[in-house]
Design a protein around this ligand. Structure first.
Ligand SMILES: *Cc1c(COP(=O)(O)O)cnc(C)c1O
Ligand SMILES: [Zn+2]
Length: 400
């Protein structure tokens, strides 16, 4: 059953609907009432479909590339420096290099179940990279709107190469999404942005996995970057479901980090309200969270307040610094938006919001190679020398 998050109005699972007909708010799938023991998840193949009993689609015909089951790395070096017990959930290890694959395996499976022939999304990059791959796998036509000139190179390459019809919109992400949504409402295509509640049913498994990874315990806190605010809502739904099923006995504080130039959620949190005022000209080097009007804002504010969580901003400089810190201290390469979680951890420790010794899980959302230009710009160019052994010895000894 699909349910309105605000007024509670209910809709059938197979109704193609993105917002409530009564009040216009966002929708969610009602949690499934199942009688299962958590031990059934232990020995299954490590993809998110090991949780199939809790995912509301027909699991006999799934469209999958093996998403989920991503590394959960204990990061003792950074953890020690920052005074926390730190784990990093590496979502760049998904098939197309971001957590969006978790949403798309479920969303595209539902699209096939509904019998649609065309899917579409507006995207800052990763949603289109993922949808184009899953649409190709399912044999669906795929239409993608991208904000002109603001999509990282790796993501653009993926969307184009998997055969999506890529249209560059002269405007920002929020404007591209508005146009795409209008086409979906006129039934030109099935919308697979995160306003589609089936997307979040896949992404909630990040929450499931973190709890299972910790041996059926909750971390004190989950930190992640927030753009359109679907993922923080989904992870909160996941951990809440496991709590309600009795699989864990506590829940984490949901901590959403935004870029200073695109921070409507943090602004609302600072005012102590759920009323999110859109930011008109969002700007940040972290293009994946360059979003001014997050569609899932109500769910995100509920997640933050209900979990006794927090929201903070970080500057582009802090993001780039954290990106390099994670890459060089722990060997984990992530795109700029993902590094917002590490930058946020650093800042909230300095501010004393995060206590010493807390057990923290940072979700890093996308792979370093998504945005090669930013990575290269952040480094000094390699020196050029001939392959002369003496010259090379000289060079290496004189370094340091
Ligand atoms: C989509 C995305 C985000 C933002 O997630 P939301 O659900 O829009 O808040 C953050 N990081 C990366 C790498 C993404 O692709
Ligand atoms: Zn409603």
């Amino acid at each position: 059953m699909i349910r309105c998050v605000v007024c509670g109005e209910e809709y059938d699972d197979d109704e193609v609907i993105y917002t409530c007909k009564k009040c216009g708010s966002v929708l969610e799938l009602a949690s499934l009432d199942v009688d299962i023991d958590k031990s059934i998840f232990e020995c299954r193949k490590d993809t998110l479909w090991k949780y199939k009993e809790l995912i509301p689609v027909n699991s006999d015909h799934i469209v999958t590339l093996g998403e989920g089951g991503t590394p959960f790395c204990k990061c003792d070096k950074i953890g020690e420096e920052l005074g926390v017990d730190l784990y990093v959930k590496v979502e760049g290890s998904n098939p197309t290099g971001s957590f969006k694959d978790r949403g798309m395996t479920v969303g595209v499976t539902k699209a096939v179940e509904l019998g649609v022939d065309t899917v579409g999304c507006a995207s800052t990059g990763n949603t289109s990279a993922s949808l184009s791959a899953y649409a190709a796998r399912a044999g669906l036509r795929c239409i993608v709107f991208l904000p002109s000139g603001k999509v990282a190179l790796g993501k653009l390459a993926q969307a184009m190469f998997h055969g999506a019809e890529v249209i560059s919109i002269d405007g920002n992400f929020d404007e591209a999404l508005e146009a795409m949504t209008a086409l979906a409402l006129d039934k030109y295509l099935y919308l697979l942005n995160s306003i589609n509640p089936y997307r979040l049913e896949g992404q909630k498994t990040i929450g499931y996995e973190i709890l299972q990874d910790l041996g059926w315990e909750s971390p004190d806190r989950i930190i992640l970057p927030v753009g359109n605010a679907g993922n923080i809502s989904a992870i909160w739904k996941g951990v809440s479901e496991f709590y309600d099923l009795g699989f864990v006995d506590s829940k984490p504080m949901m901590t959403g980090i935004q870029a200073e130039g695109a921070c409507p959620i943090t602004n609302a949190f600072r005012k102590g309200t759920k009323d999110v005022v859109p930011v008109d000209d969002p700007e940040t080097i972290a293009t994946a969270i360059r979003i001014g009007a997050p569609v899932s804002y109500i769910k995100a504010m509920n997640a933050i307040y209900d979990s006794n969580g927090y929201s903070e901003t970080v500057t582009d400089e802090e993001i780039l610094d954290a990106q390099k810190y994670l890459a060089r201290k722990e060997g984990i390469g992530v795109e700029p938006a993902s590094a917002a979680s590490i930058a946020g951890l650093r800042k909230l420790r300095e501010e004393g919001v995060i206590d010493k010794g807390e057990r923290v899980a940072c979700v890093v959302t996308g792979h370093l190679l998504k945005d090669p230009n930013t990575a290269i710009d952040a480094c000094t160019k390699p020196v050029e020398v001939s392959a002369d052994i003496d010259a090379l010895k000289n060079l290496l000894t004189n370094k340091e």
